[in-house]
Design a protein around this ligand. Structure first.
Ligand SMILES: Nc1ncnc2c1ncn2[C@@H]1O[C@H](COP(=O)(O)OP(=O)(O)OP(=O)(O)O)[C@@H](O)[C@H]1O
Length: 272
């Protein structure tokens, strides 16, 4: 019996990205398969957000090819492709006092605010309610954006990203500003999502190894727009690769699927 390979969710082939004179990504190739959960790590300015905008069908590469789901950027209508991608941006530019429910529903209209005459139908309302419950916001559906905590906002934004049943979920620093309890709740929810939606592929940008869900399957380490390591998390997230990525001696520790970083004291001792 022949085994078919898991379909590809993202394929970047020799991708470059330039802004004016600056080359932000000098040539990057990586393949992500459906159902994989990738962590994307790298120092400030490494190009993580740039990479997220390329795989989120927001930016075009300067050269090379970007395939997202079954479409190649440059050959498809980006708007249609974006509807299949859930993008969680911690700097969501909402100014109006929308309720949790409306924030989640705004994922259906793809807008920050709800269009004035738009109304959700019964199925859409039901879906929003289920997501609000899943993310522990049941009982808070009427709470409004300005009075929501950072943790509540983060969870509402993930529910918003999921309401279109995306095939790809992009999480840009989803734990930013969360206290330990809220962070743990978020990580548990992502782990639960991995069970309830095994086909969903995600890419999660973080600055902290402690913020990786236990269901992280792969990791990509980026510095100056180039990959230092990319592959199964156990192979890519090594002390050596993290040290090279951040240009500082770091020891990576793993236990029960959770990750942590601490200063590589042995390496430092060897320097003095
Ligand atoms: N709008 C912009 N105009 C000019 N340069 C930009 C712009 N956005 C990003 N850059 C530059 O592109 C490079 C990569 O930035 P990017 O935001 O992708 O990095 P990052 O890894 O996400 O950083 P951080 O961890 O600080 O969020 C940086 O050198 C940055 O200064």
């Amino acid at each position: 019996m022949t085994q078919t390979a898991t379909p590809i969710a993202l394929a970047l082939d020799d991708v470059t990205f330039r802004r004016g004179d600056q080359t932000i990504i000098p040539g990057l190739s990586v393949t992500v398969r459906r159902g994989e959960h990738w962590a994307l790590l790298g120092p400030n300015g490494a190009g993580k957000s740039t990479l997220m905008s390329l795989v989120g069908a927001v930016a075009h590469p300067s050269s090379g090819t970007v395939r997202i789901l079954d479409s190649q950027i440059g050959r498809v209508e980006l708007q249609a492709l974006r509807r299949r991608i859930g993008h969680v941006n911690p700097r969501h530019p909402l100014r109006s006092p929308l309720t949790v429910q409306d924030v989640v529903l705004s994922g259906l209209t793809g807008s920050v605010d709800l269009p004035p005459r738009w109304r959700a139908d019964a199925d859409e309302l039901d879906h929003a309610t289920r997501l609000i419950e899943l993310f522990g916001l049941g009982g808070k559906a009427e709470k409004r954006w300005p009075t929501m905590s950072q943790g509540e906002r983060g969870r509402a934004l993930i529910a918003r990203a999921l309401i279109t049943d995306p095939e790809l979920l992009l999480l840009d620093e989803p734990s930013t500003g969360l206290d330990i309890g809220a962070r743990e709740q978020l990580l548990e929810t992502l782990d639960l999502l991995a069970v309830t939606r095994p086909e969903l592929t995600w890419l999660l940008v973080t600055h902290h190894l402690e913020e990786l869900p236990t269901t992280t399957t792969h990791a990509m380490l980026l510095t100056r727009g180039q990959l230092v390591a990319a592959g199964p998390v156990g192979e890519a997230l090594t002390s050596r690769a993290v040290t090279e990525t951040f240009g500082y001696p770091i020891e990576v520790v793993e236990g029960d699927g959770r990750w942590a970083a601490r200063t590589g004291r042995t390496a430092i001792a060897g320097r003095v």
